[in-house]
Design a protein around this ligand. Structure first.
Ligand SMILES: Nc1ncnc2c1ncn2[C@@H]1O[C@H](COP(=O)(O)OP(=O)(O)O)[C@@H](O)[C@H]1O
Ligand SMILES: [Mg+2]
Length: 339
């Protein structure tokens, strides 16, 4: 039996397939919703000759707190995927068209024995093949390419969107809950725009990275904008670090992975000083970890005890972030050892 939502999704996918010229309505053999995040409807669509993936932006995000986000972010995502494909074809998937009328797009469905989601591999504790370093390298390549002459920045001139999707729900909401840190957290929002600006993805998470043949494909670029690349690095590191708090068995590996990601990223920074960038990564990392407890998009997996621990560890680090990630990780490792 199908629910109304599933029927609605099938209709929308069928209309998009027809609009983009990928097939006729009767060609859609099945539509299967994919377990996505809070911001979109995403489905595997089976056509007679191939499987594709179709994604639509939602107006109202599926989170407890009210959070509206502009649906034209679906086009921003498509533009980011196009830009990434031009910069590093290996790190991208085939794009099959975007519809502004439907706020949706179609892309290749990436699957097979040579494909896995980074988060799933971490949870299954499969051999770590250095994913963090290769993600750091690919991210740095994209950031670096976006400051070179000839790169078209215009699709990403969307400060207000990033404010609504990231800066307000993460940093400003957390600032409201921690008035002592309000200057720091609001200051980070300014710093995001003041640093040398690159093409920021905005949601670099192990849940959003497929590995194919050992190479990362970054998905889910709805938040893409121009800003401080340190945000992307810190965003991914914050999730690795929260994973370290959550799972004792992978704790040491996750913390090592943070440092490996940094080394790989730092080696390619040519648009700014590496030490200055590292200091900003530390500041964003502390703030993002606190925001994942007290902001609008909290992680759902930490026990109350672990949430309290993260808050207690991060409050002083947000107030006075270390300049080096090695020092950050030493503090983290020491303070979570008994959890
Ligand atoms: N092109 C694709 N091929 C295969 N799987 C995909 C593809 N795009 C997304 N997915 C899967 O669907 C999940 C949700 O997609 P994502 O773009 O992250 O949407 P959301 O915004 O809902 O998080 C991803 O974690 C990934 O597992
Ligand atoms: Mg996602």
């Amino acid at each position: 039996m199908h629910t109304d939502t599933e029927d609605g999704l099938k209709e929308r996918c069928t209309a998009l397939v027809a609009e983009l010229g990928l097939g006729r309505s009767g060609d859609v053999k099945s539509v299967q919703p994919l377990p996505g995040g809070v911001a979109s409807d995403i489905a595997l669509v089976e056509l007679p000759d191939r499987k594709i993936c179709v994604k639509f932006a939602l107006q109202q995000l599926k989170v407890a707190d009210a959070w509206h986000a502009p649906i034209h972010r679906n086009l921003t995502e498509y533009k980011w995927l196009q830009a990434a494909a031009a910069i590093d074809p290996k790190a991208s998937l085939k794009l099959l068209g975007h519809s502004s009328a439907d706020n949706g797009f179609a892309m290749e469905y990436v699957a097979g024995d040579n494909v896995y989601l980074w988060k799933d591999a971490t949870m299954a504790r499969q051999a770590d093949t250095g994913e963090a370093a290769v993600v750091g390298r690919v991210l740095a390549q994209i950031h670096a390419a976006s400051v070179r002459p000839g790169f078209d920045r215009t699709p990403f001139e969307n400060r207000d969107d990033f404010e609504a999707l990231r800066l307000a729900p993460y940093f400003r909401t957390t600032a409201d809950r921690h008035p002592d840190l309000s200057d720091r957290l609001n200051g980070l929002c300014d710093a995001f725009h003041e640093a040398p600006t690159v093409l920021v993805h905005g949601d670099v998470s192990p849940k959003n990275i497929l590995f194919r043949d050992g190479y990362p494909i970054l998905l889910d670029a709805e938040c893409a904008t121009l800003g401080d690349g340190a945000f992307d690095v810190a965003f991914c590191m914050s999730l690795l670090a929260l994973g370290a708090v959550h799972h004792r068995e992978i704790r040491n590996r996750q913390i090592e992975a943070i440092l490996e990601m940094w080394d790989a990223y730092a080696a390619l920074i040519d648009w700014d000083g590496a030490r200055a960038t590292e200091a900003r990564v530390c500041a964003f990392l502390a703030a993002l970890m606190l925001a994942r407890i007290d902001g609008k998009s909290p992680v759902e997996y930490l026990t109350d005890q672990k949430q309290n621990a993260v808050r207690a560890i991060m409050l002083p680090l947000v107030a006075e972030p270390p300049a080096r990630l090695g020092d950050f990780c030493d503090v983290l490792r020491g303070r979570i050892a008994d959890l």
